[in-house]
Ligand binder design. Sequence first.
Ligand SMILES: *[C@@H]1O[C@H](CO)[C@@H](O)[C@H](O)[C@H]1NC(C)=O
Ligand SMILES: *[C@@H]1O[C@H](CO)[C@@H](O)[C@H](O)[C@H]1NC(C)=O
Ligand SMILES: *[C@@H]1O[C@H](CO)[C@@H](O)[C@H](O)[C@H]1NC(C)=O
Ligand SMILES: *[C@@H]1O[C@H](CO)[C@@H](O)[C@H](O)[C@H]1NC(C)=O
Ligand SMILES: *[C@@H]1O[C@H](CO)[C@@H](O)[C@H](O)[C@H]1NC(C)=O
Ligand SMILES: *[C@@H]1O[C@H](CO)[C@@H](O)[C@H](O)[C@H]1NC(C)=O
Ligand SMILES: *[C@@H]1O[C@H](CO)[C@@H](O)[C@H](O)[C@H]1NC(C)=O
Length: 460
Amino acid sequence: MMKFVELLLLSIILLIEFAASSKPVSVFDKKIGQLVTSSLLIWEPFDPSNAKHQLENAVAAGEFLEKYPAYICRSSVNSIAVTGYVKKRNEESHVCIVSMHSQIKTKGDFELLMNKGNGAKIDWIDWEKSGVVFTHIDGTVSTINSGLRSEVYYIARHKKNHSMEHHEIDHAIGWFDPKEGFGKIHATVSSSEQTFDNGQVLVTFEPLHYELHDIKFSTIKLKVETKRILLGQTMLRNDGEQSAEVNAVIGYEYNLTRNLGHHDAIARSVNTTVFVAKKEVYNCFWGLETNNRVMNTKGVSTTLQPGTALNISLWGNYTVRDGPYDAHLIIHWADGTKSKKRRIRVNAGYEANLEDQLEIDYSPTFWLHNNTVVPTTTTQRTVTSTTSSSTTHRSIFSTISNNAIERITEKSSIKNYESEEDDDDVNESKADETSSSSKIHIQSCIITFIIMNLFRFIAH
Ligand SMILES: *[C@@H]1O[C@H](CO)[C@@H](O)[C@H](O)[C@H]1NC(C)=O
Ligand SMILES: *[C@@H]1O[C@H](CO)[C@@H](O)[C@H](O)[C@H]1NC(C)=O
Ligand SMILES: *[C@@H]1O[C@H](CO)[C@@H](O)[C@H](O)[C@H]1NC(C)=O
Ligand SMILES: *[C@@H]1O[C@H](CO)[C@@H](O)[C@H](O)[C@H]1NC(C)=O
Ligand SMILES: *[C@@H]1O[C@H](CO)[C@@H](O)[C@H](O)[C@H]1NC(C)=O
Ligand SMILES: *[C@@H]1O[C@H](CO)[C@@H](O)[C@H](O)[C@H]1NC(C)=O
Ligand SMILES: *[C@@H]1O[C@H](CO)[C@@H](O)[C@H](O)[C@H]1NC(C)=O
């Protein structure tokens, strides 16, 4: 029984270890003269059952004569982590070949240097004992996880030459020791360890800034939730002696929340600019949710008879969109270069925003002194809205309506004021009439609009 429990515990521990087994990659930062953690590269344990898929994202340091990549691997020799290359024994079996102090090790248990989604910029920089000071090279990739050890080695290679005739790769792949003399590259060459006074070291550059273009929700898996919300209310009233135009301003607020989600090729918290339209951009830090309280106002006005009033409600659709999206990504790196535009698919983008379509809902006009509805025949019921004081916040995702101008629809309220006294002029059906007449007004506007455009089309 005890044995069983122990075994169970051990397997649980192994499972946890496996899940959390990726390790950070430390790179040399020239500016501060120390090792820092790479935001994108990681060391991942080689998983034979997933070899094909895993190797697609691994970093190579050369090519075998049989024309397949020689991937960088890491394993330890006498408990010291050093790098070498992955060799394919057959389709199923891979080993890591590393060497140190003239010991050549062939390991089945090793780690791969991963650049998932190809988001990190990597390069090989020439190093030469007699010319290049190693600490002047920025971004060199070390073989250790964190910078707390005294001996730190770096990933390096040396191009194959005539005296390595039997070597199976176009490079000798190993590691660099900056403290040995003025530096030395160690690598395995056809079953023996050799050292070199020149070669290349692997460097990586951090992303500094992302640009995102043509961002578009995929409509298939998009979850959309819309809630019609009351943004504000006001009463337009004419307390004067004569017919007059009455104005009011409705202030409203809402939360604008956005999150660009996560992607393997993209480091979190990096300054990102999303290009929404020609001159419109949205700035954020990738992976961090932004939440802005947006404040806006809407002006309304109408002409009212003396002693009458009108209630106005401003409605909007607050919509949450959550789903995968496609975009074009450009990466700006720390070395001042930028990547080509490439297409990416992100699993979960999020935006909670107020739609640009607002609705003004107005009550029938009523007498202020006795609260009864003014007969429709004697009143004019046109409420006009003035443009808002600040711009609308458009969706950054292009599947959503992209009208730069805030659109307003007006309609009279259907759920109605109830007369306190019995009045022949006022009843439910009268109110319905009001709303249908306003509908007719909107419809005729639409028809006029269509006809106007038709003329414009014919004119062209
Ligand atoms: C060629 O490789 C040998 C080791 O096999 C090394 O000693 C020698 O320095 C290399 N030659 C050049 C020009 O790098
Ligand atoms: C808006 O955001 C604030 C702060 O994040 C939150 O406390 C509040 O409940 C939100 N309001 C709405 C209407 O979602
Ligand atoms: C983010 O990048 C943009 C464009 O390079 C720049 O204008 C802006 O100041 C940056 N923001 C921060 C907080 O660094
Ligand atoms: C909100 O959405 C509904 C349903 O799509 C639509 O009928 C309405 O016009 C939209 N606008 C407002 C302000 O409710
Ligand atoms: C309310 O006042 C208006 C205007 O003074 C009048 O025409 C109407 O009959 C009154 N309604 C009632 C129920 O008294
Ligand atoms: C207008 O608004 C006032 C105050 O909000 C309310 O008491 C009244 O019943 C409303 N009248 C109508 C016709 O909606
Ligand atoms: C409301 O109007 C309808 C039709 O015009 C009429 O039949 C009804 O008696 C009216 N109701 C009241 C309470 O005046």
